[in-house]
Design a protein around this ligand. Sequence first.
Ligand code: ZN
Ligand code: FE
Length: 255
Amino acid sequence: MTAQTHQFMCLSDNFGLLIHDPVTGKTAAVDVPEAAPVLAAAKEKGWTISHILVTHHHADHVQGIAEVKQATGARVVANGADAHRIPLVDEKVAPGGKATFGSLAADIIDTPGHTVGHINYHFPTDRILASGDTLFSLGCGRLFEGTPGGMWEALKVLRALPDDTRVFCGHEYTASNAKFAVTADPDNAALKARAEEVAKLREAGLPTLPTTIGREKATNPFLRADDAAIAATLGMAGRPAAEVFAELRERKNKA
Ligand code: ZN
Ligand code: FE
């Protein structure tokens, strides 16, 4: 049997995500932006949270951990390198290793950039990627601690995952990302179509996530920094992809 997912909103624009293993009944919450909606979502599904998989230490991803742990006894799984700044870590994982709960196993992918200790959880059998604040739909996380080069390398690893991988990210930022994306890649028909779809979804109050790796490869300028058309649009024809990526991120910061 395959993993079941449940995505819901927390705070103003954070996503909560539950991943449920129907074989063993175990359930992981990916980050806890706030406890109440995470506990309510689990109750609504009839699931009991057994694990909390943390992507990174920012408050809007960890501030509900203590309350959910107290309510459920969940085990907190996080990057060992960041355990000093993530609350109540029970299980330290490392990039290249795995996080397991019930019959499900996630590969831990190193995704420095937004923060240096940021990790992604990839469930290859179920084609699920929990990308935190690394990969967004039509965007990527702001570089608070890492370098553009490190983030670009991480995004290339994510880009190489199977096209039908469903991407669950930390925030509903797609509409604002779309506005910038069309300026960076104005002749991309797939991007234009996605931007229109996003506008309709948001008008209807619906989420734009999850997305897929295949769709992001076709539309997300931050996964396309090695595309000649984007380099040309930025006036950077022939420049290395990492430099084009850095410029994209810089321009998005100012947009
Ligand atoms: Zn963050
Ligand atoms: Fe965040």
